[in-house]
Design a protein around this ligand. Structure first.
Ligand code: ADP
Ligand code: MG
Length: 507
């Protein structure tokens, strides 16, 4: 075993009657990527606070670099090389990239004059260490979340981090960005820096972890090499219940029914080629493929956000042209994006406003006034139907948890009476319990007669919810799987087969 960097032993912590951690021990070794997973409220953040000295345990011991602490202060923790990447990244938005990265070093020199050459040199060094390039002159406020995160990491490295802790770092990232973050974490590993990666997204965790630690209700319930684990087992340990997928009801699809959606020889240059398929009422049709397979482009083309170059689309037998989102909505096509936070919701607006935004026209009364009663009725109805957990529809959307935000996005499209719903990665960023509920919800919607296109690369998810699954590779549909006949492993193998041939090509 490699050198031990951090050991927490028999740590307990209570907050006014709530047991946040109960006799938890945890060890992290040099260069290790340890993923700490657990449902919301399982004690993950509390553990981070204890390691970073923000919060003192009621009981237990902390050893960092073989130094023993009963009480650890934030300064001591940092001196031992612990760096936490907080979700807001603690950056100055009105300063440049270079200034943000180098600010600590410059403060410590105590000099009155700012040495710009030095600032640039330090900033460049920081970014080089994690092997990323971001223009040093850009204002941090103008950058994407992913870049801000990388800057925070570069800063942590310059502060001589031995352990980098990230609390749910992928929440606001797109899938592509998640992969570049993973590349950086692996880069850190090469340099012997360990990462404590806190997440509840098992599909991500299995890509990056060396070891998995699972918390449930403040207790450590699992601590194992990733190699010995599969997602099902992890889900079981996280939730304490088996998520039974076999019992998911598959509605009989009327093979003779007129398709809700029919797509013929659909093309978008650099996106997808010669795509044809049909979607029947009550059908959940999966579209899968790796990043860059064209699956998202296809969704966006159908939704009019990225109009296709050629091909035909029929909704209930009538040819339609979805040249804009407005067209798509008019034809009853709804779209729930993957990055719900950036694309799907107005986070500062109330839950109610978010639900009615797409049907505002129909709620305007004869006098062109908004009918607040029917708004409230509509809102309350959908909150109830989808089980959105909130005291009232007047709360801002941002007060909801990830899973509930995702339900809210669904509610918004359901309220708009969509017949066809395109879901792009509907459970990305959602914890396991809510995930199962969203799957059930998707099935319920299908049962009511909707046609659903489910775009996802989460194979268990596809297997649990879809009637059929289309596999895309390099912009083309290359294979169709019938759920009932397809083993999960087979689909997995096919998906990865595409990956191997792709990576050979780009080498
Ligand atoms: P996680 O990060 O896994 O979602 P937390 O560590 O944030 O979980 O929380 C664990 C439990 O402790 C939860 O029940 C939470 O409500 C409670 N808790 C955390 N911080 C506090 C606090 N400052 N005051 C009261 N209760 C808290
Ligand atoms: Mg937390």
């Amino acid at each position: 075993m490699t050198e031990e960097i951090l050991r927490v032993e028999h740590v307990s912590k209570q907050f006014t009657g709530v047991v946040a951690l109960d006799d938890v021990s945890l060890t992290i070794h040099k260069g290790e990527i340890c993923c700490l997973v657990g449902e919301n409220g399982s004690g993950k953040s509390t553990m981070i606070k204890i390691i970073s000295g923000v919060c003192t345990p009621d009981k237990g011991d902390i050893y960092i670099n073989n130094h023993h602490y009963k009480k650890l202060t934030p300064i001591e923790s940092m001196r031992e090389g612990v760096q936490v990447i907080y979700q807001d990244f603690s950056l100055f938005l009105n300063l440049t990239v270079a200034e943000n990265i180098a600010i600590n070093e410059q403060l410590f020199t105590g000099k009155q004059l700012v040495n710009w050459n030095e600032i640039y040199r330090i900033a460049k060094e920081g970014l080089t260490k994690i092997n990323v390039t971001i223009p040093l002159d850009s204002l941090v406020g103008t950058l994407f979340t992913a870049d801000r995160q990388l800057i925070a990491i570069a800063k942590a490295i310059l502060a001589e981090a031995h352990i980098i802790i990230m609390d749910e770092p992928t929440t606001a990232l797109t899938q592509r960005e998640v992969h570049s973050l993973f590349r950086v974490i692996n880069e850190l590993k090469e340099q012997g820096i360990c990462t404590l990666f806190v997440s509840h997204k098992l599909n991500e965790v299995v890509e990056i972890a060396d070891r998995i630690v699972i918390f449930r209700n403040g207790k450590k319930v699992m601590d194992q090499d990733l190699k010995c684990l599969d997602i099902k087992t992890m889900e079981y340990y996280m939730t304490g219940r088996k998520i039974d997928t076999s019992a998911i009801e598959q509605d009989k699809i009327d093979e003779k029914a007129k398709p809700l959606l029919k797509v013929e020889n659909f093309n978008l240059s650099h996106g997808f080629f010669d795509v044809s398929f049909e979607l029947k009422p009550k059908e959940v049709l999966g579209i899968t493929g790796l990043l860059g397979s064209g699956r998202t482009e296809l969704a966006l083309a159908l939704f009019g956000e990225m109009p296709a170059d050629s091909g035909k689309v029929y909704v209930e037998g009538k040819e339609v042209k979805t040249k804009s989102i407005k067209d798509a909505v008019k034809y009853g096509i709804g779209y729930v994006p993957q990055d719900r936070i950036r694309e799907g919701l107005f986070l500062n607006q109330s839950i109610g406003n978010n639900i009615v935004v797409s049907i505002i026209d129909s709620l305007i009364g004869k006098l062109r006034l908004l009918d607040s009663k029917s708004i409230k009725r509509t809102t309350d109805n959908w909150i109830k139907q989808l089980g959105v957990k909130t005291p009232s529809g007047e709360q801002p959307a941002k007060s909801l948890s990830g899973g509930n935000q995702q339900r809210l996005v669904l509610a918004k499209w359901l309220a708009s009476n969509s017949k066809i719903l395109i879901l792009n990665g509907p459970t990305v960023g959602v914890d396991v319990g809510s995930k199962a509920e969203i799957h059930k919800l998707i099935r319920t919607l299908a049962k009511q007669g909707m046609g659903i296109l489910l775009i996802s690369d989460d194979i268990p998810e596809l297997m649990q919810t879809c009637n059929r699954i289309l596999l895309m590779r390099k912009g083309r549909i290359v294979k169709e799987f019938k759920r009932v006949k397809t083993a999960e492993e087979e689909l997995n193998k096919e998906l990865v087969a595409g990956d191997i041939s792709n990576s050979r090509k780009t080498e």
